[in-house]
Design a protein around this ligand. Structure first.
Ligand code: NG6
Ligand code: CA
Length: 505
């Protein structure tokens, strides 16, 4: 009762205040309503940051968040690909409960039910102004989008007051920015048309017009050509609206900074979803050669710079100390994800997955165990935490922070773990990779039998398939080399029972 009264107090004061200004001060001074920023990387691996042991690449700004906040060693994305991880992050629901939560084409309908509770909706109910800048990849519209009209439903219908997004991925059409449901810089006389089944007559493709390409495709990625880069899906028109790939990082940074400056007087929630180091890797010329590791390394350096600039903005606006920042990645690393971009050739001694096995698309640890840090200047004591946490837990944990009773269905309230006040995370977790699931509990990982290929050859990643159960003790064998399923039958049985209890529900 007292905690309810406590949370009701600012509302009461707000009503009692006669001027807007005063009411804002009440909200601002409340310690439970800091600004909240989620900085979300695309395909950044567990070993891709210096703070997580990388020696061949330097990421000082990402490191600042990790080293001056809580750096999690057991922090997970819910999935080993983008769409399902983002779904879990925003809804607090395991993505395998929704059969459509898989890598979406640019024409897919909105995946989140507009009636569903979401992280931004919950924060909105507590006075937050909410925004997304960057990659969306959760579908738009109802399945038959006219890109030349207002696109709805969009992020704005699932809790975001402001959205400035790319629809799917940088390698998928449409290659335009969409702000609050409108294609930016659209010339009505040159309408945007998108199709994932068939090409538009007379339009060049990566497959048929290799002479037009500045970046070559390795697998997939041979449909429409934009800026010399062949994409997934076909697109026609919208010349003036097409993005510049090499300016994308600056573009999103600019929008993120503007959002902060425009809303510093009220509590805000910003989901800043960077596109790096997903393919196509297109560093701005300022960053070409920054790492000697080719475009994959260079875009990580670029993203790191963006994060530094973003932090500088919070500092300059005087709100860094009133801003809680979550930093993570949507899935593990991949080198060759469909273009010839030297990611493999110039890797050198860098280990994108650190000591972990697998990568993007994998049920092995590198698929879902990612860099994960929570930073709040002056409020969080810098530390390393081994607590088991997942992005799906942010919904209920942040609900606790702001005094909301809105819990995500699979989201555990772990605010103390996120704030570094406790090392107690969740007991168990189901992870997902391209429709398959596996189980983490205590020091153990269990992967149920999955027929099918053990390695995706095109990307050269072991995805965790085996005809037999796999059981690993991660404390002794973080690289998952010793399958203990045969030698530890009781442990296996216990894991399978616990897994099926959740998975079957
Ligand atoms: C795959 C693409 C890959 C990437 C991925 C989505 C091919 C052959 N591969 O289908 O390049 O776009 O989808 O990545 O097309 S994610 O990080 O958004 O999940
Ligand atoms: Ca991704």
């Amino acid at each position: 009762f007292f905690s309810r009264l406590y949370y009701a107090l600012p509302v009461f004061l707000l009503m009692a205040c006669d001027s807007n200004k005063q009411s804002k001060q009440v909200e601002e001074s409340s310690p439970d309503h800091p600004n909240i920023v989620v900085i979300y990387m695309d395909d950044l691996g567990y070993g891709d940051m210096s703070a997580y042991g990388a020696t061949e690449i330097s990421t000082p700004n990402m490191d600042k968040l990790a080293n001056e906040g809580v750096r999690f060693t057991n922090g997970y994305a819910s999935s080993a690909t983008c769409t399902p991880s983002r779904y879990a992050l925003l809804t607090g629901m395991y993505p395998w409960r929704n059969k459509d939560a898989k890598i979406l084409p640019g024409t897919a309908p909105l995946l989140i039910d507009t009636a569903q509770m979401t992280l931004p909706k919950m924060l909105k109910q507590h006075g937050y102004y909410t925004g997304i800048v960057g990659k969306w990849h959760l579908g738009l519209g109802n399945g038959n989008v006219d890109w030349n009209q207002k696109i709805s439903p969009s992020p704005n219908e699932v809790g975001f007051d402001y959205s400035h997004i790319l629809a799917a991925t940088q390698d998928r059409v449409p290659t335009v920015y969409i702000e609050n449901g409108h294609v930016v810089n659209l010339d009505p006389s040159d309408p945007v048309e998108v199709d994932y089944q068939k090409n538009f007559e007379g339009e060049p493709t990566g497959k048929d017009n290799p002479e037009m390409l500045t970046m070559k495709w390795h697998h997939g990625h041979h449909n429409s050509i934009v800026n010399g880069i062949p994409r997934i899906g076909f697109m026609k028109g919208g010349e003036a609206a097409r993005w510049s790939d090499v300016d994308m990082a600056d573009h999103f940074l600019g929008k993120a900074k503007a959002f902060v400056k425009g809303h510093k007087e009220e509590p805000f929630f910003l989901y800043y979803a960077l596109q790096q180091p997903h393919v196509p890797r297109t560093p701005n010329p300022r960053f070409v050669g920054a790492t000697g590791m080719g475009p994959r390394g260079d875009v990580i350096a670029e993203a790191d710079w963006c994060i530094g600039e973003f932090l500088k903005t919070l500092e300059e606006e005087g709100i860094l100390e009133n801003t809680l920042i979550v930093f993570s990645s949507d899935n593990g690393p991949v080198l060759n994800d469909g273009y010839y971009d030297d990611a493999v050739e110039k890797l050198g001694n860098h280990k994108p997955a650190g000591p972990l096995r697998g990568g993007k698309y994998s049920l092995f640890e590198a698929g879902t165990r990612v860099p994960f840090a929570v930073y709040w200047k002056g409020k969080i004591v810098p530390q390393v935490s081994d607590a088991l946490v997942c992005q799906v837990d942010l919904m209920s944990s942040l609900a606790d922070l702001v005094g909301s009773d809105k819990q995500g269905p699979d989201s555990e309230a772990l605010l103390d773990a996120f704030m570094g006040k406790s090392q107690q995370g969740r007991n168990e977790l189901i992870i997902e990779a391209t429709g398959r699931t596996a189980f983490r509990k205590g020091d153990w990982a269990m992967i149920p039998p999955n027929g099918g290929q053990a390695v995706i050859k095109s990307v050269n990643i072991e995805i965790g398939n085996d005809d037999e159960y796999q059981l690993y003790n991660l404390k002794e064998d973080i690289g998952q080399q010793q399958n203990l399923a045969q030698s530890k039958p009781e442990k296996l049985q216990e894991m399978v029972a616990a897994y099926e209890k959740v998975r079957g529900s």
